[in-house]
Write a protein of this length. Sequence first.
Length: 247
Amino acid sequence: MSVILITGGSRGIGASTATLCAQRGMGVVLTYNNNPAAAQAVVEQIQASGGKAVALKLDVAEVASFGAFTERLQRDLQNVWGVSHLDGVVNNAGYGLFNPMATVSEAQFDGLFNVHLKGPFFLTQTLLPLLADGASIVNITSATTRVATAGVAPYAAFKGGLEVLTRYMAKEFGERRIRANAVSPGAIRTELGGGLNSEFEALLCGQTALGRIGEPEDVGLVVTTLLSAESAWINAQTIEVAGGYMV
Ligand SMILES: NC(=O)c1ccc[n+]([C@@H]2O[C@H](COP(=O)([O-])OP(=O)(O)OC[C@H]3O[C@@H](n4cnc5c(N)ncnc54)[C@H](OP(=O)(O)O)[C@@H]3O)[C@@H](O)[C@H]2O)c1
């Protein structure tokens, strides 16, 4: 059985991806930061449908914790699935912050950097020995890397860095047949950045060719596909999943 790790799997896009992966027969390790109850609810939903999932605490901004996290992960892989390797990693955990460049503080900048670029870099590095040859890495970026959106400059810049990093992962890990791709969502109905109000939603719908907001499943389906063998020849790509945002 394939087992994959999804960071930030307690809510939103990560939770949807976890559920869809389990429906496709993958084992799922999902991580949470502040919401253990939400993570447990995702695990129970997967188990109720006959799947296997585990939730682990992980703050992706805490690089110093990655070693202990990996040891715990190894134990769970062995105990729950009887395996010693991961078949995929989804660097999904993240948060939004609306603040114009003129007023962004150094602490806000560093916080976004740690979660959206430094964390995925060092978590992936730490997990490398645990990744099976032929595994799939999916990094969740953002359509704000293509379209400059008011108030999210550092967030978008670090997501852009993650897209570049994705190509380097593909290049450096290719000798082990490990693929790396980025999925770049447009506006998705989650609690990111406090969620959407009706006015903002109407604006975004008007800017989107398909005329609606994305749902977590719209993204989760693409991530799940990239984790699957049917995407074996897709590598080093960024796939925007945004319904035709600002085209
Ligand atoms: N929603 C959108 O419109 C949109 C658009 C483009 C890109 N994205 C990206 O998609 C990814 C998922 O976002 P979402 O919309 O699903 O957001 P969400 O519903 O707010 O969920 C965020 C998830 O990330 C986790 N998380 C946040 N900070 C963390 C940290 N420091 N360490 C570990 N986990 C952390 C949360 O865990 P806890 O709840 O347990 O704390 C939660 O599971 C993010 O990378 C986001 O930037 C979202």
